[in-house]
Every structure is written in structure tokens, then in C-alpha cells.
Design a protein around this ligand. Structure first.
Ligand SMILES: Nc1ncnc2c1ncn2[C@@H]1O[C@H](COP(=O)(O)OP(=O)(O)OP(=O)(O)O)[C@@H](O)[C@H]1O
Ligand SMILES: [Mg+2]
Length: 203
């Protein structure tokens, strides 16, 4: 049976370990995409449009065409993130399939169940054909809903022993495999097939 299921890819690793670079490569050919971009990185890429206001984000999401949007919000980041997640859910569900990227989730979520519209996006977005790249330096401090629903984990060098232990427990990727990673090296774990592979980013 053919389905239009999206995928949830959880990406973890210390600062400068390779997370953003990995996702950039993965989404290079994607034509309809929206990023939560607190560090204003995605908005600088060629072909991307920087969005700073809610009304602009909402309007840009109303058309089914090709679009690369980076939401660089100010003010209350948790509230803005919630609004961003609602927009992505709406765009994917009612307008056309979409891919989204959420950068540094430990800043806008906590280790408990994912909050509000982000929780809805994680729990219901995949079967609406929404693909989600969820990024954090420290998953032990970010929401457990993303980790629990992941289709795939991409794990770079971890920031702490806590994170090694946490990711290893959640995925059964051996802790010593994560301990041994150097910058740009990663372990990819497919949660459906339970396949583990190790590789390295090249530019
Ligand atoms: N196109 C490129 N060519 C060469 N090196 C690159 C390129 N893009 C990124 N890098 C290097 O790869 C490393 C990882 O960068 P990246 O931005 O992916 O880190 P990150 O894990 O997202 O970190 P943070 O959590 O701080 O956002 C950095 O040392 C960066 O300089
Ligand atoms: Mg990054």
C-alpha cells in the first residue's frame, strides 16, 4: 500500500558537531520547507526567505507552491515556536505536503511531553505527510515526544555523558559507539528496521 507518511528525524550532538550541516545536505533538493531558525542561519542560504512576523509567516504558508521559509522570531521564543508549529501543521495538512526543520529544541521545549502545537505536529503531522527534522544539542533536556516518535536518529558527538547515556538508552545504539565519535562523524539509527550505520559528513 502506498502511503504519504512523513518521517521524523531526530538529530543530536554537541555544538559544532555537524547537525545543521547534515540537515542542509539532506534537504538540499526539497522545494517546500519551513525552518524554525532562532540563530538566523537558514535565512542566509540561497533561495531561502527570512520571515520575522507572524502575519508574514501565515500568509507565506497559504500557497501550495515551492517555498523555503526561515522564521526568525523575536520576543517570547516559546510562544513563537508554538505559533510556528501550528503554521507548519496547517500548511502540511490543508495546503500541500511540507518538510520542516526545528533548530535547538532544548531552548523551547522541556524533557516532559512536547508542548501545545509542537506536540500536535509530532503526533499527527507524520500521517499528514509532514517530514520533520528535529535538532538539539541536548536531547536529555528536550521533549521526549520527539524522541519517542522518531523514525530515525542521527547522532553526532554528544555534549555530555548524560546525553550519551540518554541516546543510547533510547535507541540501543551502544554507548561506546557514541563516545568514540569525532566532529562530523555520526551514527544513524533507523527505528523501524533497527539498522545502525556509521558515517562521516563530507563537503
Ligand atoms: N560547507 C561546509 N564546508 C566545510 N565545513 C563546514 C561546512 N558547513 C559546516 N562546516 C563545519 O562543520 C562543523 C559543524 O557545523 P554545524 O553548523 O553543522 O554544527 P552544529 O552541530 O549544527 O552546531 P550548533 O549546535 O552549534 O548549531 C563546523 O566546524 C563547521 O565549520
Ligand atoms: Mg546548528
Amino acid at each position: 500500500m502506498k502511503t504519504n507518511d512523513g518521517r521524523l528525524i531526530v538529530i543530536g550532538g554537541a555544538s559544532r558537531s555537524g547537525k545543521t550541516a547534515y540537515v542542509k545536505k539532506q534537504v538540499n533538493i526539497i522545494r517546500r520547507i519551513c525552518a524554525w531558525d532562532p540563530e538566523a542561519q537558514w535565512c542566509e542560504l540561497r533561495g531561502w526567505r527570512k520571515i520575522t512576523r507572524r502575519s508574514e509567516l501565515l500568509a507565506a504558508m497559504q500557497t501550495p507552491g515551492h517555498v523555503k521559509l526561515a522564521y526568525v522570531a523575536g520576543g517570547d521564543l516559546k510562544a513563537e515556536f508554538d505559533f510556528w508549529a501550528a503554521c507548519v501543521m496547517h500548511a502540511g495538512r490543508y495546503i500541500a505536503p511540507i518538510t520542516c526543520i526545528a533548530e535547538e529544541l532544548a531552548d523551547v521545549t522541556t524533557p516532559s511531553k512536547a508542548p501545545g502545537n509542537w506536540g500536535i505536529l509530532l503526533r499527527r503531522g507524520l500521517k499528514r505527510g509532514i517530514t520533520i527534522y528535529a535538532i538539539s544539542q541536548r536531547w536529555s533536556e528536550a521533549d521526549k515526544t520527539a524522541v519517542g516518535n522518531a523514525s530515525e536518529f542521527v547522532l553526532f558527538r554528544q555534549s555530555s555523558a548524560d546525553d550519551v547515556a540518554y541516546m543510547s538508552r533510547k535507541t540501543r545504539v551502544p554507548a561506546d559507539m557514541l563516545e568514540g565519535l569525532e566532529t562530523l562523524q555520526f551514527v544513524r539509527f533507523n527505528a523501524d528496521t533497527r539498522e545502525i550505520e556509521q558515517s562521516k559528513l563530507r563537503f
